[in-house]
Design a protein around this ligand. Sequence first.
Ligand SMILES: [Zn+2]
Length: 356
Amino acid sequence: MCDISRRGFLTGASAFLSLAAEAELLRGPIPAGRAEDAKEDLLAPDVYFHEGQVSDTADAVCNNGWIMFEDYVLVIDANFPAGAKLIISKIRALTDKPIRFAFDTHHHGDHAYGNQVFVENGGVPVAHTGVIEEMKRYETGYYENKPDRWEGAIKERADLKTTKLKPPSALFSKDLIFDDNKHRVELIHLGVAHTHGDAVAWLPKERILFTGDMCVNGPYNFVGDGDVGKWVETLDMARKLDAKVVCTGHGPRSTGRVLDDQQAFFKTLREQVGALMTNVRPEEAKARIETIRATLKSNAQIARFVSDRGAGSDDGFPSQVVKVYEELTSNKLAALVPCSAFSRIPFLTSSLRFST
Ligand SMILES: [Zn+2]
């Protein structure tokens, strides 16, 4: 029989979260190295969550979920190829139903580069149409024979050498619903956020939301491909779903409160950048980045989203500030700020370099 961690506390579709359970879910980021050994969590009957590891060498980097329908399995996020194989092995330990669909929440490598592995195991990669638009923008090696992200990533991860980029081939423009009368999963594009092609997986019966990187639980926000102003609005759409369990793209799963906290982080960041940086010369603006970091870090609701390796380090925070600054002004700051976290490989900046 399956060996499933019951760290998950939900016993059914109408499960109730105790305060103690909420406290557990809202804990801070776990230390690197622990999640690799973690079992999947059973969130509700036939609904599973697997937490990825905050490391660029881990097999499974992003978080995954899967739902076992009557006739097939739907997987949320394809992960890296090694992560895809890990997740498939975990599903195979539970059921022999075909793994029919792999839903990419967005185009980043740690969520979509495992697509080919799922295809070879009988699956079809599914995504919002914006994922293809983003891939055409950033995966020019596939579309135009101009090396870009995949070609950069293959130097970093051995598992990419044995596979190939496989863009999703089942696409939806607004939403796509899987419903066999027992389970219902709605894939929904709520708006621009972490990228221009984000979509979430919403389970209305269980009130479980899989967000992809539209929401993370820790200092893992890569903002280079998105729009922070629109991200705040899109998080409002996610909050309106009134989820009881939120499985973020990275970091421990949580409750609906993580959406509030993620949104508060971006709102406060925008307010701080607007107040302290937009009316001064770029050189002065640059000097205020660490002031803003300290302000955000002192706010208990949002501190866990703030990288804190220290002033001047390439830990992601300066890149977040620069992105917001450039959204709010017509000035460019990237040339003044050491933003190598704006690398060509965003999943590494989101999962490793942004980590504490
Ligand atoms: Zn991402």
